[in-house]
Design a protein. Structure first.
Length: 123
């Protein structure tokens, strides 16, 4: 059980790093209205030249491999809800690394998710 928990936490950390890198990479891209094929093409070109986006892809791929290892060793009804830890990781990472605000509603919602994870893992 401990091994599964460690695998899930590790997978969620890699996935959260990927999301943070995606956000950081897209913050440097001009905001397009994405109306029309040309705007989509320009956006895709700009995304694909961002090194942070590529590192994010690799981080998410590593997270996926670790996630699959956790799924291979545990019940889906246990592993999947534990994956919700990503909400907690993202909330605080976005605050510390991207400067996003944490308000009471975000904190309360995340607290509810964490309580749910605890209930599920105790069963």
């Amino acid at each position: 059980m401990v091994k599964i928990i460690v695998l899930v936490i590790l997978a969620e950390i890699f996935m959260a790093v990927g999301h943070l890198l995606f956000k950081k990479g897209t913050n440097t891209i001009e905001a397009y209205s994405l109306r029309g094929v040309d705007a989509h093409r320009r956006f895709l070109k700009d995304v694909l030249v961002q090194p942070g986006i590529w590192i994010g892809f690799f981080a998410m791929a590593a997270g996926l491999v670790i996630w699959l290892a956790a799924l291979a060793q545990g019940d889906l009804s246990l592993v999947f809800p534990m994956g919700s830890l990503q909400y907690l990781i993202i909330l605080f990472s976005a605050h510390f690394f991207l400067g996003e605000k944490i308000d009471r509603m975000k904190l309360a919602g995340t607290f509810c998710v964490v309580i749910g994870i605890i209930f599920i893992t105790m069963s």
